[in-house]
Design a protein. Structure first.
Length: 462
């Protein structure tokens, strides 16, 4: 009876809390309105996820490089949406964080500062709990680590299991955005001071994780597509430049130049390879650009554009899907990519007319060729199987969940509202969520709801 009374009291004091994370990517802005329970007792007393409500808009903040004072106002539809989701009496105590990724890192220092100042003005007047320091540039390490935490939290792979259960092995992740790509995975390679920039040590509930991490700025899908175009126009003058990655006969105008598609998969692959620098490596092993990379783990999950340009477009099976998961190898991607590139423009338009990125369908040949090239240069054998997905246990895979976990832990422990370093933030997440591992085998989000309400759909993360 005493235990029942304690549980009843705990439930009576359970409180729903809300937090908002803006993902300001290179090609669009997304708002995540998170709802979680605290004080309900049990394993999830600190953070029991209830709902992730999502809305997307285009363009991204980096599109306001020439008119930065207008950047903040572009978030108005997202702010209005959040006010519909958060009870009016909780708006003033609901924290808002805006984290800009690779797109804003590439507009230049002066434009970046002016855009963030405009955002500061807009969010300060929103009525939500906000400080200008909470609108910031998320560096690639943070983006990668938050993404890794999100995936492995949802896979129950962060904490020590209850004996005699065997621990779930943590997985690696590749997050391909518009402006950058992040690769993070567990490694047994001993960290050294010379390689400190590539490593991170984490501890979740007493389970230690040694991670390799690298963010490759400029190698996101949108940035790579533009790099290929720049390479082509730099080599040719006049009209009618041939582009092997466009459907045969398709035309494109770029920086005053006219390009005509050839639909040649193998030539497209060779062209994609040329935007990577593999000429030098000062370490025992590298990926590209001279970046150190140890041996890959057995299991990696690819998300963001890695899902959006494979499973989401029905690359292997012809079936479009909004959410899901599919295993595939580079060899699978290569076979399907060659068939895709061989399609005439009209056939491409017809095949993808129902896809949310139908207007970009003629880029899909080159996009798939880039994915294949990128994975090859990361060191994957052609037959190695990867999991391309965008959702685990009904939770969409975005780094923002890891960020919200970190920020909620900071707020719960901050003295006077000070904010902490990434390492400290993640340690706080581990401490705040350490209670979870006792019941880790219960489904994450039992009662959890994911709501996605796209406005001007399309991929928008970095």
């Amino acid at each position: 009876m005493a235990l029942l009374a304690q549980l009843t009291a705990a439930l009576a004091t359970a409180t729903n809390k809300h937090g908002i994370v803006f993902d300001a990517g290179s090609s669009g802005s997304r708002i995540h309105v998170y709802t979680w329970k605290t004080g309900g007792g049990g394993a999830k007393d600190a953070f029991d996820l209830v709902e992730d409500d999502l809305l997307k808009i285009k363009p991204g903040l980096s599109a306001y490089k020439e008119k930065p004072s207008e950047a903040g106002a572009s978030l108005a539809p997202l702010i209005a949406h959040a006010k519909k989701k958060v009870p009016a009496h909780l708006v003033a105590t609901t924290p808002v964080f805006l984290m800009a990724t690779a797109g804003l890192r590439m507009v230049g220092e002066a434009a970046k500062d002016a855009i963030l100042q405009s955002v500061c003005t807009e969010l300060s007047a929103s009525g939500f709990l906000f400080r200008c320091a909470w609108a910031s540039l998320l560096d690639g390490r943070e983006e990668g680590l938050f993404g890794w935490v999100t995936v492995n939290y949802l896979l129950d792979a962060l904490y020590k299991p209850e004996p005699p259960a065997s621990p779930e092995e943590p997985v690696g992740i590749i997050d391909l955005g518009g402006g950058s790509v992040q690769i993070v995975f567990p490694t047994t390679a001993a960290p050294t001071s010379a390689l400190a920039e590539y490593s991170q040590q984490l501890d979740f509930g007493g389970r230690k994780h040694s991670l390799y991490i690298k963010s490759h700025l400029g190698y996101g899908l949108d940035a790579a597509r533009n790099a290929v175009l720049d390479l082509l126009v730099s080599r040719h003058e006049g009209k009618g430049i041939k582009h092997p990655c466009l459907p045969s006969g398709a035309t494109l105008e770029y920086k005053g130049h006219s390009l005509v598609g050839e639909g040649d998969w193998h030539h497209c692959k060779r062209l994609q390879r040329q935007i990577f620098d593999t000429s030098a490596c000062a370490h025992a092993s590298c990926s590209f650009g001279g970046a150190y990379q140890p041996a890959l783990p057995k299991t990696l999950y690819g998300f963001s554009y890695l899902y959006d340009r494979t499973a989401a477009i029905g690359l292997l099976d012809g079936k479009l899907q909004t959410f899901g998961s599919q295993q595939m190898s580079i060899a699978d991607i290569e076979r399907a990519g060659a068939k895709l590139c061989a399609l005439e423009p009209a056939a491409v338009d017809a095949r993808f007319k129902a896809h949310q990125d139908a207007s970009k369908a003629r880029n899909f040949c080159g996009d798939v060729a880039y994915l294949s090239t990128l994975l090859t240069l990361f060191g994957f054998p052609e037959t190695h199987t990867l999991t391309m997905t965008n959702k685990i246990k009904d939770v969409e895979l975005v780094w923002t969940l890891g960020a919200m976990l970190a920020k909620s832990a900071e707020l719960a422990s901050a003295d006077g509202g000070g904010f902490l370093s990434l390492r400290t933030s993640l340690m706080l997440v581990a401490a705040a969520l350490g209670l979870f591992y006792v019941s880790r085998r219960s489904a994450v989000g039992k009662g959890y709801r994911h709501v996605s309400q796209p406005l001007n759909q399309g991929h928008d993360s970095d």
